[in-house]
Design a protein around this ligand. Structure first.
Ligand code: AMP
Length: 113
C-alpha cells in the first residue's frame, strides 16, 4: 500500500534501524523504545493486523516467531521477553500493518496497561 509507513520500511523507501531482513520479513528497532530491546517484526506483504490472519499465513507466522527467538538470543534475553501485537484502537494499534513487538531487557508487569 502506497500510504503505509511500514510498507515503506519493507520496500526500503523509508529508513529504519534494520536488524534482520529476508524475502518475507523485516525486523527493525522501534523509534520510541519501551524497553532496552524493542524490535518490530513485520511481514513484507501488507497485512493490516492479526485480525486478517488465517490458516494460509501459518508458515509466515512460524517464520516470524523463529526469527523473533533468534533475535532474542542475539540480544541476550535469556531471562525472557515479551511478544505483543496490538489489534485495533482499544489495543493501541497506531500503524495498520501487522507488526510484532519484541520487548526485553527489563522485568515487565502483568496485566499490561
Ligand atoms: P503499535 O502502537 O502497536 O501500532 O506500534 C507501532 C510502533 O511503531 C510504535 O511502538 C512506534 O514507536 C513505532 N514506530 C512508528 N514509526 C516508526 C518508524 N519510522 N521506525 C520505527 N518504529 C516506528
Amino acid at each position: 500500500m502506497s500510504d503505509c509507513l511500514f510498507c515503506g520500511i519493507a520496500e526500503g523507501s523509508v529508513e529504519a534501524d534494520r536488524v534482520v531482513e529476508d524475502d518475507r520479513l523485516v525486523a527493525f528497532r522501534d523509534i520510541n523504545p519501551q524497553a532496552p530491546t524493542h524490535i518490530l517484526v513485520i511481514p513484507k506483504r501488507h497485512i493490516a493486523s492479526a485480525r486478517e490472519l488465517g490458516d494460509d499465513e501459518g508458515p509466515l507466522l512460524g517464520h516470524m516467531f523463529a526469527v523473533i527467538a533468534q533475535l532474542a538470543a542475539d540480544e541476550g534475553l535469556e531471562r525472557g521477553y515479551r511478544v505483543v501485537t496490538n489489534v485495533g484502537p482499544d489495543a493501541g494499534q497506531s500503524v495498520d500493518h501487522l507488526h510484532v513487538h519484541l520487548l526485553g531487557g527489563r522485568p515487565m508487569s502483568w496485566p499490561p496497561g
